[in-house]
Design a binder for this molecule. Structure first.
Ligand SMILES: Nc1ncnc2c1ncn2[C@@H]1O[C@H](COP(=O)(O)OP(=O)(O)OP(=O)(O)O)[C@@H](O)[C@H]1O
Ligand SMILES: [Mg+2]
Length: 282
């Protein structure tokens, strides 16, 4: 029996902090370290994770795509997967940089409401967990789930399935509160639903540890999150967007800038730490 895949979800109840960027880059870093990686996009119909790999145009061109990520949440999924032997394969797209991807689909828009109609919380939040356990887990070493920047039934499914959260934070004068809020939210979930979802990595995004402000943020987060703070923080790099426009991550750049190189090294260090914190490592 292969070991079950390590799982983590990228989440913070705030938009634009670097969740999708972190998912893509940690995923590619892990692949380069020899892990088989699956990335899963639950972050919304705009398909940001596929865009990161230059795949969204082609994926969207086939807008009748079925089955898609939403299908695995449906009551009929088990039957569908029995009748259609390629159902799981059909969901998965290779990124070209190593990891496999289950991309978003426009039907994610209605999924939150559909899940909301399921009476039992235990069932409402466990559909993704069942899918990962039953259908993909044995084929991968690590599964990273990209979540939306707000709580919803979809986000809860990601948290329930992964049980471990990577929270990117873009530090600023008012930002420390967001991570604190996440910690409170996880505590509430633990108490109300009796599931333990752990904050395994706080990743400071677009912070320069060499500047005075950067150092101050870092110290603040070191005090607040001595265990969860990532070992390396991610500098701001114009190349993140340049790479994306070329249809890839920083790892795919032929001539990465200095800041891009620092970001690449930081993601590599953090990817290794993430595996250890998830109980893997070798
Ligand atoms: N280290 C970085 N340097 C420069 N730009 C960055 C960096 N990290 C992320 N960005 C840019 O910031 C924007 C937001 O990042 P990203 O899409 O990863 O955030 P998100 O948390 O997933 O947002 P959303 O909540 O909308 O899903 C993107 O345009 C991305 O290219
Ligand atoms: Mg995103």
């Amino acid at each position: 029996m292969p070991d079950p895949a390590l799982r983590a979800a990228t989440f913070l109840d705030k938009g634009g902090v670097g969740k999708t960027t972190a998912t893509a880059h940690l995923g590619v870093a892990l692949d380069r370290h020899g892990y088989d990686v699956l990335l899963l996009d639950l972050a919304g119909k705009q398909g940001d994770l596929a865009k990161h790999f230059g795949l969204w145009g082609d994926i969207q061109a086939d807008d009748d795509r079925w089955p898609n990520i939403t299908t695995v949440f449906q009551d009929q999924w088990e039957t569908i997967s029995e009748k259609l032997p390629t159902a799981v394969e059909d969901l998965i797209v290779p990124t070209g940089e190593g990891p496999d991807l289950i991309p978003a689909h426009e039907s994610l828009d209605g999924l939150d409401a559909t899940l909301g109609n399921i009476d039992e919380a235990a069932e409402r939040y466990s559909r993704l967990d069942e899918f990962l356990t039953g259908y993909v887990e044995d084929d991968y070493d690590v599964i990273l789930v990209d979540l939306p920047g707000s709580t919803s039934n979809i986000a809860y499914n990601g948290l329930w399935a992964a049980k471990h959260v990577v929270a990117p934070v873009r530090p600023g004068p008012f930002e420390a509160g967001q991570a604190a809020q996440l910690r409170r939210d996880l505590k509430t979930i633990r108490e109300e639903q009796d599931v333990n979802i752990e904050l395994v990595m706080v990743l400071l995004n677009e912070v320069d540890e060499r500047t005075k402000a950067g150092k101050a943020y870092l110290e603040e987060f070191e005090d607040e999150y001595p265990e969860a703070l990532a070992p390396a923080q991610i500098p701001s790099s114009q190349d993140v967007q340049n790479a994306q426009m070329n249809g890839g991550t920083l790892f795919a750049l032929e001539r990465p800038s200095k800041t891009a190189q620092r970001a690449i090294e930081a993601y590599e260090t953090d990817a290794e730490a993430l595996v250890e914190r998830l109980g893997g490592g070798r």
